[in-house]
Design a protein around this ligand. Sequence first.
Ligand code: COA
Ligand code: AMP
Length: 624
Amino acid sequence: MDYQTLYRRSLDTPEEFWADCASDLEWIKPWEKVLDDSEPPYYEWFQGGEINTCFNALDRHCNEGRALQTALIYDSPVTGQVRKYSYAELRDEVAIFANVLQRNGVSKGDRVIIYMPMIPEAIISMLACARIGAIHSVVFGGFAAKELATRVTDANPKLVISASCGIEGKKVIAYLPLLDEALELAGAGGLTRILVSRPQLPIEELHPSAILWQDAVAAAHAVDCVPVAATDPLYILYTSGTTGEPKGVVRPNGGHAVALKWSMKHIYNVQPGDVYWAASDIGWVVGHSYIVYAPLLHGCTTILYEGKPVGTPDASAFWRVIEQHKVKCLFTAPTAFRAIRREDPKGELLKRHDISSLESLFLAGERCDPDTLHWAENQLGIPVIDHWWQTESGWPMAANPMGVEQLEVKAGSPTVAVPGYDIRVLDDEGMEVPRGQSGNIMVKLPLPPGNLPTLWGNRQRYFDAYLSRFEGYYLTGDAGVMDEEGYLWVMSRIDDVINVAGHRLSTGALEEALITNYNVAECAVIGVADKLKGEMPLGFVVLNSGSTVDESALRKDLMETVRSQVGPIATPRDIHIVARLPKTRSGKILRGTMQKIADGKQYKMPATIEDPGVLDEIATALGL
Ligand code: COA
Ligand code: AMP
């Protein structure tokens, strides 16, 4: 079936379409209703059905002849290890760790925080939660204690799983001081911790509430999968919104498994048994969906790569992994390719590797500039596919559906709406704009399976953030254009979210950190264009009157504050001390205009600006 026919079918008869896809999974109890639309604008898929995601990701394949096939390859250039797990081995380790969770009081519906580096125990922890119906919430290792604490407070977990350290290139990052600080900040200092002691930083003194992973596992036995409702949450993943307070995106078990399995064949064009590699981090949605769940649900071999695109040891790192493990499909962020290109512009290192197994490269997580896309195409000689999605969706919303029909690639566009997504571009009054004109990118409700049905413990915030802008539509937060041929062009965010090296950050969170300094009266953070990371934060602070602080010491202090409160991934490119911030007459800071000035773009003088002269002061501070 061609793309257009499949797409129309998904929108015209969604219940039939998704019921067909769902039959690719094993259900404990069939659903009563494919789509429960009794309470719009809230929708639930596969209502009444029971399933277990871990069973479908592991046990099912073992029962169907894949027990000895490699499920997971842990490839860690930073520790010099490659370790393989067959489906049977991974199932057994998960089944035993699931019992460890139970023995520590975790049962169906309980939350478990996972704050871990890219080691197999992280994936085992996620799947063990899924096995017993517990809800995991993975927190990216690059977040600092305060960010972790906010997530602990919101999720109110029964248990935390962590490790002694992460390894960032040559640096060993101690996790436990951050974890202890976060739990204290969250008022949960006595929470049980299960800890992996890594040889790079062995745990010498165990916290009174901590248990070593190795000891806990030795005392446990394998347990079976627990049935959960299709609509029960599999996980919560916090993501940045407009304010500094992260949003707990809820992922339901049933719809998620159905959509992810479908996407592997129809979007990524991979088959069970193929080697699929998402070079991301399990702390982000790409890691959840395409390192862990989708490849395993589809019976592929997945790769957990503990390294960087460059520096571990050099810009040939990806080529080595592809050659060694015969990777068929690679998924990463454009930043990774910009980093490789910067170190090896002519692709000399690539020539030393046989990457003939690689059939396609998928890029997402941030806007892909045509230059990087063309460079990758020229170097690799295979289709390079930009696709667009977000934490909230959990799987692609716009893509080139390679397993259905390979459409023409237009550099700068993530191609067309994926089946299930009725994407519309609306103006600020909620009217659909003609093709070719820009506006708010919205998805007409209902969203397809796998998308967030709510925010954790806060349906009102879900409604306010996503559903209230225009009745009957989901607000993606992105702005862009749909062209005459139905290609989507994603241009910018409409909120204060920025994207640094494919990492989604809230400028609000950075501002909250800056304002904690007693010299700072007010501040603004914007995202400015960056050649390597796509965007980087840039801070502006106004000092309290009479402040006599040394400016360069203050800048250093403020940088450190952001690193220690938000995390090193949020380190601003610079912080400028200015006399005033440009504002509207009602007091709103004109961040959009500041961003245009910093990026050297044309801007229209905002009609509501209080004092246009402040914009010149900003330009001067930037040396323009
Ligand atoms: N744990 C602890 N610290 C982390 C971390 C983690 N998981 N991830 C990043 N950091 C730290 C880094 O060590 C660095 O610290 P430093 O300022 O003390 O050196 C800081 O956060 C910034 O990291 P990063 O943004 O990754 O920049 P970098 O210069 O170290 O590396 C790239 C640049 C391009 C190689 C890197 O950003 C990259 O691999 N990008 C690919 C993006 C990606 O996979 N995104 C996932 C979404 S699909
Ligand atoms: P995250 O939730 O971290 O995956 O970030 C999602 C956001 O990243 C989207 O809302 C977009 O703003 C941006 N994004 C992701 N993929 C793309 C893409 N292919 N093109 C443009 N922007 C993208």
